[in-house]
Ligand binder design. Sequence first.
Ligand code: SF4
Ligand code: SF4
Length: 301
Amino acid sequence: MRGTTPRREQGMADPVLAEMVHATGATESRHYAAVKPTIQAYRASWVKLAPYRDGPVNSQRVTVSDPAAMTAQIKAKAAESGANLVGVCRLQPHMIDLGAEVPHEFVIACCVAEDYEKVIQGPDAVEEEAMRTYAKCTEIATTLASYVGDMGYPARAHHNGASEVQAIPIFYQVGFGELGRHGSLINEKYGASFRPGFVTTDLPLVEDRPRQFGVQDFCMNCNVCQRNCPGDAIPQDHVMTHGVKRWLIDLEKCYPYSRLREEYCHLCVDVCPYIVKSHPDTYKAFMRERRQVGYKTPKTY
Ligand code: SF4
Ligand code: SF4
């Protein structure tokens, strides 16, 4: 299957970021240049696992007479490996990078939630926690692809080290949540504070479905992320994409805070009521820390 959705490039491959960085006279964004050893180690872990994403396929194929039972088995394996959410859907062209070929019928989506207690320790801690969860997702996807390959079905891991699939349309389709005003997908338990890993495969599975639990209606009357965004990058109005309501972040307003400084910015996710509601006592300390490093002082909450 050939993909139809342009990938949003990361780092200096992102033309918007590259133009903004070059306009400052620099050749690299301050955020990416200021990489700590712990972050380097996490990045190295997904580069190291990338060559193993298409593992060997056992010539002795397991017969799948009950796809529902097989789906439960796969989800249990992913959870045992550390995934907080696991879902399955049929792969569709808009879930694949423009022009990329993925020769599989299904995609298994996994996510690992960030630890809010670590996130509140400041921008360095936020980034380290994000990289830890990306690395964990890489490990889970690689393990799961190998597990499926052992059963005699082709499977490919998609993660930060190498991927041809797109997180948001898949997460939406498997029912992990709804898109919030801050542009990320919100789950009722983890907010938008989680990271993705995927396995595409031909293993017969049973699909999950999109779920609505009121996020988009809530966002229409909530603008906490918008009021707290230091760059005023979060819009009031939405657009429709594939029949789904989306708010598009203005990257030229976001990047001065999230890419052109050394510090990471994750603030829109961390102030969202869907994650704050389970951590009310730590939210105030988190906001104090943010103010100390120069983010916009939050208004009333
Ligand atoms: S990452 Fe920071 S600057 Fe960018 S949209 Fe979120 S809060 Fe605003
Ligand atoms: S902070 Fe409010 S408006 Fe922003 S994504 Fe969360 S619920 Fe939606």
